[in-house]
Design a protein around this ligand. Sequence first.
Ligand code: SF4
Length: 151
Amino acid sequence: MIHYSDLQIVLQEVPGQISLCFSITGCPLRCKGCHSPFLWKKGMGTPLTDETFVHHIERYKSMISCVLFMGGEWEEEDLIHKLQIAHTYGLYTCLYTGLNDEEVSPFIREELTWIKTGRWREELGGLKEKTTNQRFVEVQTGELLNHLFQK
Ligand code: SF4
């Protein structure tokens, strides 16, 4: 079962969208310099049951256009199910993961509008930096959209 530590409405993580963002706990990747090491502990936070997820969507659906998961790919079946629920509300979906492109399950990708991949590497920076190893991609077309984050 997916657990989350935090829920926020975010404007910048998915360009052009108002996203309901769930920070999922239990990230196994342990990137050096991780901005959120409190997310490493599995089972920390609140269980994201279907009822809880639907409750949050119902509450915010008039404000949002997208549901964003910060992690959760390690609970593949559960994540896919949540993404499918988001689709029934006509919402776009996005996943931020530290995995590389080829490491992400194709079954998860099928349910995503956008994906951000790549481990955090301090010396290369995040999406705002041209040097970054991370990639923000429109899944269906494969188009790289990093330029939307860069000035
Ligand atoms: S993927 Fe993100 S949350 Fe996970 S260890 Fe790396 S920086 Fe931290």
